[in-house]
Design a protein around this ligand. Structure first.
Ligand code: LIP
Length: 300
């Protein structure tokens, strides 16, 4: 029985998945275009369900790491639809989803699903939430996987970001590129915050130091849309501690294929511990500041 690993979510372990015995490949897959087409179809179908099925008043179905880490019936319904289609179309693939966790596969491909990224925005009717679908190879963990194909579909306005490894990043079919590098003091920087008091207190300390050093901060409330906005030049850089694998998977490929570096601190890859993204030179300045601030810890 392969050993298992704990996959971390926003503020703590959310699921455990077995070590994936399949070889890690960083090369584009031969069928990445087909995976990309399926990722887009999945994200659009689930997005239509979320859009058309939104009641006038959305209720909280349950909570996870804290009373403000909410799950709605639509989070569950969206992921159920994604899993149903994958069971029909790709029965041998593994799945890692925000709401139902990990199901092993035999093909070496794992689908990483965020049924609604930006759930609090969905709950309040703020039009910044998306369905995020990625196909990865290798172990189902951001530090080790290779994202092969991705789609992020903004539910409220239909904007759809797509990418396959080595094939570029697109918004509604238009090729994307990140902004040229800018000094940190002239950079518009996106970020986000976790759901527990301890995490938020630490993040408040960090953002209080970052804010005077940058052009301004934007907090969209969906990591997937933060990274996709960066990919199209709507942000100069982005950082966040505590992203779950499903927050990060698809949009990290969109950002990378648009020319961004997506990384962690101290030479580590992007992960739940810290994700920083943007043009290489801008990221270098932001990483240096975040390392100085121990931003990859919950130090108060
Ligand atoms: C959200 C992330 C966002 C973060 C929020 C939340 P969810 O994911 O996309 O970047 O700041 O706290 O974690 O919970 O809506 O799927």
């Amino acid at each position: 029985m392969p050993s298992s690993r704990t996959v971390l979510g926003q503020d703590g372990p959310v699921t455990s998945v077995p070590q994936d015995p399949s070889p890690v490949t960083t090369r584009p897959l031969d069928d990445s275009a087909a995976l990309g087409a399926l990722a887009e179809r999945l994200a659009r179908e689930a997005g239509a369900l979320v859009r058309d099925g939104r009641p006038r008043r959305v209720d909280v179905a349950s909570t996870k790491t804290s009373p403000i880490d909410v799950v709605t019936a639509m989070d569950l319904a969206s992921e159920a639809l994604l899993r149903r289609v994958l069971a029909e179309e790709r029965p041998d693939d593994a799945i890692l989803g925000e709401e139902e966790g990990h199901v092993a596969g035999t093909s070496g491909i794992t689908w990483v699903l965020d049924p609604i990224d930006g759930t609090v925005n969905y709950l309040y009717g703020i039009p910044a939430y998306a369905v995020s679908v990625a196909a990865v190879t290798g172990p189902p963990a951001p530090e080790e996987w290779t994202v092969q194909a991705a789609c992020v579909h903004a539910v409220a306005d239909g904007r759809t970001w797509t990418a396959v490894r080595g094939g570029g990043a697109f918004l509604d079919g238009e090729r994307l590129a990140v902004n040229p590098p800018a000094p940190l003091a002239e950079s518009l920087v996106g970020t986000g915050f976790g759901y527990t008091v301890e995490r938020r207190r630490a993040q408040a300390r960090v953002v209080a130091e970052v804010l005077p050093r940058v052009r301004d901060i934007r907090r969209i409330g969906s990591a997937a849309m933060d990274l996709c906005t960066l990919a199209g030049g709507g942000l100069d850089a982005y950082f966040e501690r505590g992203l779950a694998p499903w927050d990060l998977a698809a949009a990290s490929l969109v950002a990378e294929e648009a020319g961004a570096v997506v990384t962690g601190l101290r030479g580590a890859p992007a992960s739940t511990r810290m994700t920083v993204a943007g043009p290489a030179e801008t990221v270098a300045g932001l990483v240096a500041l975040l390392e100085e601030l121990d931003a990859d810890t919950d130090r108060p």
